[in-house]
Ligand binder design. Structure first.
Ligand code: ASP
Length: 400
């Protein structure tokens, strides 16, 4: 897509997002009748994810040539993701200790929703177990990307040992990858309408502008804390982009279509196809695009990590429980792991937060405090998640 074309599309996408807020705000009941347009866009994106991820990883590993290259890129990628996630959690802890949003909160009658109760036994070993799937078709069916990525990497590594025999197989996946990217460009043109409908319908579902404001007010300082933390981390990533990846603001503008889509869909997995296409257009080496971004959409969630740490400390404050430095260190580690374990789907972070709460012995009912505004904060943290992946691709691009 040409630069001018991309900018025009971006303008329409932003218009769609702003229009969606306005429509959902004032016409909450009518907004429901256009929800299907958002679903259509979301489904079109999701349709591409499984073939795109598998084809891009296999062709990406194939293009690395030497297998030691994979180790190098893989090592850098995991290191970068771990460092930035840790920075995010640290910022989350910092802002919540500074603003103290939970002090003086009226606990009311928080209750735990069914789907969170069902996840009570999610632990750290479950995250490790989720990396290898006994049934790839079932994983694809449930959109579990991590085991598919692990399989695609191992499969491609096996292929590289086959010499000439592997060539047609790599060429096939290369072709599939190219075709999928074409499809993504076509689907991208649905984004303005899709994002308009997704945002309008979600805000409408929350009862429109007035009710939404009332809910925000109830836990206002929590919202302010999380948004402040996310803004700081976004800026830190921007600095990493400029200082380490040696890229400018134009990279941010180039990635903006993916970022607004992340805001609209609240899903980094659904946004992944657009993230990849935008990075490609921004001259990120295909090796980095094909390998770093799918992995990032699955395990690198800076916004989610920051949110989990901030939300858990908020709950502790609301219950009047003071967490010691040692306990905050446990929050630090478990929030990082919980973010890795969270799927790139809406409100997944709320579910894996159970791991963090359990680790420091806080009541799970505390999650009830966050439910009303989680969908709203989810959009911001997903945007930061995708921004973290995008900066990661630019950094790895520079390092390889
Ligand atoms: N919705 C987020 C994502 O897809 C995950 C979360 O924090 O709930 O990236």
């Amino acid at each position: 897509m040409s630069h001018k074309h991309a900018l025009i599309l971006l303008a329409f996408i932003i218009l769609g997002a702003v229009g969606g807020v306005a429509f959902g705000w004032y016409f909450s009941s009518q907004a429901q009748s256009i929800a299907w347009l958002g679903t259509l866009f979301l489904n079109a994106l999701k349709m591409t994810i499984i073939p795109l991820v598998i084809a891009s990883i296999i062709s990406g590993v194939g293009s690395l040539g030497d297998i030691r290259h994979l180790g190098r890129i893989g090592g850098f990628t995991v290191l970068y993701y771990t460092i930035t996630t840790a920075i995010a959690v640290f910022i989350g802890l910092l802002v919540v200790n500074w603003i103290q949003p939970g002090k003086g909160i009226d606990l009311g009658d928080p209750s735990v929703s069914e789907h969170i109760l069902a996840k009570q036994d999610t632990g750290i070993t479950d995250i490790l177990l989720s990396m290898i799937s006994p049934n790839l078709v079932a994983s694809a069916n449930q959109m579990q990307l991590l085991p598919l990525i692990v399989f695609a990497i191992i499969f491609a590594m096996a292929l590289t040992t086959l010499g000439k025999k592997s060539e047609p197989v790599f060429a096939l996946f290369d072709g599939i990858n190219e075709a999928m990217m074409k499809l993504v460009i076509w689907i991208m043109h649905l984004a303005p309408i899709g994002i308009f409908a997704l945002i309008a319908a979600r805000l409408g579902n929350a009862g429109g502008g007035e009710q939404f404001m009332a809910e925000i007010k109830a836990v206002g300082m929590h919202v302010v804390t999380v948004l402040t933390g996310l803004a700081i981390h976004f800026t830190v990533l921007l600095l990493i982009l400029i200082l380490v990846a040696k890229r400018g603001i134009d990279y941010l503008v180039g990635m903006a279509r993916a970022l607004v889509t992340a805001f609209g869909t609240a899903s980094s997995s659904a946004t992944l196809p657009l993230t990849m296409e935008c990075a490609r257009e921004n001259n990120v080496d295909p090796k980095a695009v094909k390998f770093v971004l799918p992995l990032g959409a699955t395990i690198n969630m800076d916004g989610t990590a920051l949110y989990e740490a901030a939300a858990v400390l908020f709950i502790a404050q609301a219950y009047g429980i003071d967490l010691s430095m040692g306990q905050q260190a446990i929050v630090f580690i478990t929030a990082t792991l919980a973010a890795i374990g969270a799927a790139g789907i809406p409100e997944a972070g709320l579910v894996t937060m159970v791991i963090v709460l359990t680790a420091v012995g806080l009541p799970l009912e505390g999650i009830g405090l966050l439910l009303a505004v989680d969908w709203f904060l989810d959009r911001f943290r997903t945007t930061v998640n995708v921004w973290g992946d995008s900066v990661g691709a630019a950094v790895i691009n520079r390092l390889i």
